[in-house]
Structure formats: structure tokens, C-alpha cells
Ligand binder design. Structure first.
Ligand SMILES: Nc1ncnc2c1ncn2[C@@H]1O[C@H](COP(=O)(O)OP(=O)(O)OP(=O)(O)O)[C@@H](O)[C@H]1O
Ligand SMILES: [Mg+2]
Length: 457
């Protein structure tokens, strides 16, 4: 279902321009030119967000907001103010207005605020008691994701958190699997209970069994006393098995038994120990391939993969790069005791153009580096690690050279590789505005959408 947004603006060009852009972004848009029309629309429509100009011909925006919020407190109002009226806008926020934007409107900022408003709106709608409303506000506090793909992940997390079902989180390295696992725990009913994490890849195979299931005194050389395993420590809470793809086959069998019977024995022990543990597993491995190679048990895979949560790589969600960059600048600027307020356009574009094979972790490291390197109060292209700049193919002639040298590729593959790159550049240049990108490319919006999907852009 599309989210409903009402735009109230007396300048016809702005009204239609914004309307068109937001429609392209998949919102259901209604428009009003003044307060009177707006109230009529609000009475008849079930709006999620109202985007309102501060100065309306027949009424003051604050006054109108007060009336709207009195009858419809759940509506999120975003105020658009001219430069210079910011102070009033701050007062407006105290009054219950969700956020404000200064004109001329920055579209990226608008979309971020709008999506955030809608995300909160949705959470509020889903929960009717006050307590969960309060919790909701903070539950994705440090997880940034304005892209449609991440919004879907968040929705899924919210849904699965309240069930006891096993979750399998998948995604390339550095996409945020661990972060999402924690978010699930802290939103679940187990949140007051322990969250126990174990990384199956970082513990030597001969110790892993005792780490997971514990051991009795004397079970093996060096076992001087009984030790509880992670499963026991996590009782009533959540056990997060990271890098599950690296679990040795013998332990896969034991884990499967625990999942089926909810009990196990410590290493060297005979007593059955019963536990009630919610399991979250994560991996960046190709489990299907591992199953085909006989390295991962199929029955365990089905037990774990009750609810799959897939985190897309950063290169498939360009919209998140900007907000993540800002988030990390704040984080490291604070940590380093610096007062860096942002990043300039040129540097931003370089970050957008890079492929990020190491995903969010790589971006985080790059920003940390840049904050350290930066002399002024704004990160510039010079402050960015050099490897982000030189290696990318930006000019189409260079790309063509490279593609033409690839003897393994058919002409069709070469054509598609170039097409993908050109579309990607067009999206970057228009800051992911599909209408403008389609126009620049000479495609219809529909064709562009199909190609974006085809090339996972
Ligand atoms: N959406 C996000 N918002 C803010 N920070 C993020 C986000 N995603 C990832 N990070 C940060 O990026 C880093 C890597 O995330 P995380 O450790 O969760 O990735 P991972 O998928 O578990 O990686 P790996 O497969 O290498 O274990 C962390 O510092 C994390 O805080
Ligand atoms: Mg991890």
C-alpha cells in the first residue's frame, strides 16, 4: 500500500514539481493550494504525512498545524519554511510538528525526513499501547537505512522480533548482520534476558563444542572444573550464532538435535540439560553451495532458515550512502573531539561512485580515516583515502576499453556492462532522481525502472 502524503503549497510550480517527484518515489499524493482546501482533503483522506508551506495565503502554517494535530494527532507534519524563519520552525517542533525543511528544498533531505516520518508512523500504527510506542522510537536508533530495501528489512525485523522463530540473517561481509541481530533481540520479548553471541569461525574446532554446550569437570585435559556453554548461559534469552556457515559438520549434527529436542548434554556429561533459547544465525557464506558440496547439512539449513532476513549490499542501495556518511562523520567527529560539520559535494560523489565491496564497514573505515585526515571543518576529496578515487572507472571510454579487452564476454554482455555503468552514472548525477535520470538517458520512466531492477542498481 502506498503511503498518503498531502502537499499544501500556494506556489503552483513547487506544488506540482514536488508532487511529481514524490509520485515517482511511490507515494500517493494529494495537493492543496491553501488552508481551506487542505482541511477538506484531511477530513476525507487518511494521510500519513502532511508537507506544509509555512506561509499560506489564507492562514499561518503554525495555526493550521495546531488545528490538524488537535483532531489528527497521528499525522506527521513536515513544515517547509523560507530561510530566516527557522526560529519559528523550532517553536513549531515544540508544538508537535514532526520536522521542518528550509527552502529551497533539498530533495535528498526531504526524502529522508519523509521516509523517517513514515517509518515512525507505521510503527505507531502497529502498536496501540503507549509503552511499546515509547520503545519504538528508539529501536532503530543507530541503524541507518532510508532505502526501500533497508526499510523492508526493518519492517521484517519488527515483525519477527515478537515471534520465537529462528532467524537466519544473510548478507555480504560488513552489511550489518550483527547490528540487525541485536536489533531483533532488543525488540523481542527476550530483551530483558541475555543476548549471547558466539562466532563459529573464530573459535578452534576442538574448543567450539565446549564453548557452545559446556563441559563437565575432567571431560578433557585442562577441564579442571565444570563450565557452562553459551546455550545454557543464553537460557530464556537469545543465542546469536555468527558465521554459522563455518560450523563443522559434527557440531551441525549436535546443533540440529538441540533445535529439535531443546536439550543437550555438556561435553563429557550424561545429564540432559533443557534450555529455552531463541536462535538467530548469520552468515555471509553461500550456504546453497556448501550444501551442494556436502559441507552444510540440508536439514539444519531448513531448521535455521525459518525466517530469512537478507541485507542487500551497499552498492544496491545508493540512497543509504549519504545518510550513513553523515552518521559516521558525527560519530567519529565526536570520538576524535573534532568539529567536522559535513562533507563537500565532490567528496560525496566519490563515495557514491565507489562500489564498496566491504559494504558499510568499509564506508565506516573510510569516513573514520577522512575525519582524521581532515584539517578544516568539512571533508573534501583530498581527505578521502586515495584508493576510493583512482580505481573506479568513470569515463565511458575507459570502461569501453576495459570491456572490449575482456575476451570471455559476448557482445551482448559488453553492451549490458556499459549500459549498467551509464545508467548508474546518470542516477548518481541526478542523486537518484529517476524522472530526471530517465529524461537524461532518453528512456521512459518505465524503461528506466525495468533496467534499474534488471541491473540491481
Ligand atoms: N545500517 C547501518 N547503520 C549504521 N551502521 C551500520 C549499518 N550497517 C552496518 N553498520 C556498521 O558497519 C559495521 C559492520 O557491521 P556488522 O558487523 O553488523 O556487519 P556484518 O554483516 O556482521 O559483517 P561480517 O559479515 O563481516 O561479520 C559495524 O561497525 C556496524 O556498526
Ligand atoms: Mg558479523
Amino acid at each position: 500500500m502506498k503511503e498518503k502524503v498531502l502537499i499544501i503549497e500556494d506556489d503552483i510550480n513547487t506544488l506540482h514539481g514536488l508532487g511529481e517527484i514524490l509520485e515517482d518515489e511511490n507515494f500517493n499524493i494529494s495537493k492543496a493550494k491553501n488552508a481551506k482546501q487542505a482541511l477538506k482533503e484531511i477530513e476525507n483522506g487518511d494521510f500519513d504525512v502532511v508537507l506544509m508551506d509555512y506561509l499560506l495565503p489564507d492562514r499561518d502554517g503554525l495555526d493550521l498545524s495546531r488545528e490538524v494535530l488537535k483532531d489528527y494527532p497521528e499525522i506527521k507534519i513536515i513544515m517547509m519554511t523560507a530561510f530566516g524563519t527557522v526560529k519559528n520552525a523550532v517553536n513549531a517542533m515544540k508544538m508537535g510538528i514532526y520536522d521542518y525543511l528550509t527552502k529551497p528544498i533539498n530533495l535528498d533531505e526531504l526524502l529522508i525526513i519523509l521516509r523517517r516520518a513514515i517509518q515512525e508512523q507505521r510503527l505507531i500504527k502497529e502498536n496501540d499501547n503507549l509503552k511499546s510506542k515509547l520503545n519504538n522510537k528508539y529501536r532503530f536508533e543507530n541503524i541507518i537505512g532510508v532505502s526501500g530495501k533497508m526499510q523492508q528489512v526493518f519492517q521484517k525485523v519488527t515483525k519477527v522480533a515478537n515471534s520465537d522463530a529462528t532467524v537466519l540473517i544473510r548478507g555480504e561481509s560488513g552489511t550489518g548482520k550483527e547490528l540487525i541481530a541485536r536489533a531483533i533481540h532488543f525488540q523481542s520479548k527476550q530483551k530483558g534476558q541475555p543476548l549471547v553471541e558466539i562466532n563459529c569461525a573464530s573459535i578452534p574446532e576442538n574448543l567450539l563444542e565446549s564453548e557452545l554446550f559446556g563441559h563437565e569437570k575432567g571431560a578433557f585435559t585442562g577441564a579442571y572444573k565444570m563450565k557452562k556453554g553459551k546455550f545454557e548461559i543464553a537460557d530464556k534469552g537469545t543465542l546469536f550464532l555468527d558465521e554459522i556457515g563455518e560450523l563443522p559438520l559434527a557440531l551441525q549434527a549436535k546443533l540440529l538435535r538441540v533445535l529439535q529436542e531443546h536439550r543437550f548434554t555438556r561435553v563429557g556429561g550424561v545429564d540432559n540439560i533443557e534450555v529455552n533459547v531463541r536462535l538467530i544465525a548469520a552468515t555471509n557464506a553461500d550456504l546453497e553451495q556448501k550444501m551442494a558440496d556436502g559441507l552444510f547439512r540440508e536439514d539444519l539449513y531448513y531448521r535455521l532458515n525459518v525466517i530469512p532476513v537478507i541485507i542487500p549490499p551497499l552498492r544496491e542501495r545508493l540512497e543509504d550512502i549519504g545518510p550513513l556518511t553523515d552518521h559516521f562523520i558525527n560519530k567519529f567527529s565526536e570520538k576524535e573531539g573534532r568539529a567536522i560539520r559535513g562533507i563537500n559535494e565532490e567528496a560525496r560523489k566519490i563515495l557514491l561512485a565507489y562500489e564498496w565491496p566491504g559494504n558499510v564497514r568499509e564506508l565506516e573505515n573510510a569516513v573514520e580515516n577522512s575525519v582524521v585526515m581532515c584539517d578544516g571543518d568539512c571533508i573534501t576529496a583530498d581527505d578521502l583515502p586515495a584508493y576510493l578515487k583512482g580505481t573506479r572507472i568513470t569515463g565511458s571510454s575507459t570502461l569501453l576499453d576495459i570491456v572490449m579487452q575482456e575476451n570471455d564476454l559476448s557482445y551482448r554482455d559488453k553492451l549490458e556492462a556499459c549500459e549498467r555503468e551509464i545508467i548508474r552514472q546518470a542516477l548518481i548525477e541526478t542523486e537518484n532522481n529517476k524522472t530526471r535520470a530517465a529524461k537524461n538517458l532518453g528512456f521512459t520512466l518505465r524503461t528506466l525502472r525495468n533496467k534499474v531492477k534488471k541491473y540491481s542498481l
